[in-house]
Design a protein around this ligand. Structure first.
Ligand SMILES: Nc1nc2c(ncn2[C@@H]2O[C@H](COP(=O)(O)OP(=O)(O)O)[C@@H](O)[C@H]2O)c(=O)[nH]1
Ligand SMILES: [Mg+2]
Length: 219
């Protein structure tokens, strides 16, 4: 399979792109149930729309937070909901075909994928590898500062697995905790993801989001 072949013929440049390849910027939002993925997806979508990009959002189990697909669709944003099941496990085939449908029917510049809070985002990236340009896919790992102490106690191994392959980490809900708690989360993240940029944000108030988005998105 070829991704993109560029030939220089005299003064002309001939570009052949694989017709089967999906060309869009993709951000996969990783994070536990209730960490703020949907809230942040909507913030990211707004930002991209504000600079004239067409955005599609692929949500696995939209019902988990009771957000109605119809209410968040609109403007430059299209929302597609996947059937029951997890896109990183049972629905892997359906994820690829859904992405092709999104490309042919919506053809967005940006696709935001929100897997369930129990999914491993890097498995989602593996599933779509070969269908999309690897370089255009990134994982934004979301860590819930408010529930961190409880989650760390009960689910530390899972959280580590879920966040460890993130390209960038956002500590969310900083509005709801003291700075010391945020510091504790960031120390833990630095340990499990050495060298990965960390941003502190609030999906609720918007605090920290401009900087986080400037550094994590393809703006
Ligand atoms: N205080 C606070 N609450 C937030 C923030 N972001 C999300 N929430 C709340 O956390 C809950 C889960 O958010 P949601 O975006 O649905 O998380 P998801 O399950 O990861 O998609 C909702 O009640 C949100 O209103 C935040 O930055 N601060
Ligand atoms: Mg959600």
């Amino acid at each position: 399979m070829y991704k993109l072949l560029v030939f220089r013929t005299g003064s002309d440049i001939l570009i052949l792109a694989d017709p089967d390849f999906i060309w869009m910027i993709i951000h996969i939002m990783g994070g536990f149930l209730g960490s703020g993925k949907t809230t942040l997806v909507m913030r990211i979508a707004e930002r991209y729309i504000s600079i004239g990009k067409k955005v599609a959002v692929l949500v696995n189990e939209i019902g988990e937070v009771g957000v109605d697909g119809a209410t968040i669709s609109g403007g430059g944003l299209k929302t597609v909901e996947l059937a029951e099941g997890c896109i990183c496990c049972s629905l892997s085939g359906s994820l690829q075909s859904t992405m092709r449908e999104i490309e042919s029917s919506i053809d967005p510049d940006i696709l935001l994928i929100e897997p369930t809070g129990l999914a491993l985002p890097h498995k989602v990236r593996e599933i779509i590898r070969g269908t999309v340009d690897d370089e255009s896919v990134s994982i934004i790992g979301i860590c819930d500062a408010q529930r961190f102490p409880v989650l760390r106690e009960k689910k530390e191994d899972f959280l580590r697995m879920q966040l460890s392959k993130s390209d960038v980490l956002w500590i969310n809900k900083i509005d709801a905790v003291e700075f010391e708690s945020v510091f504790e989360v960031s120390a833990w993240l630095r340990e499990i993801c050495p060298g990965v940029p960390i941003h502190m944000v609030s999906g609720a108030t918007g605090e920290g989001l401009d900087v986080a988005m400037d550094n994590s998105l393809n703006l």
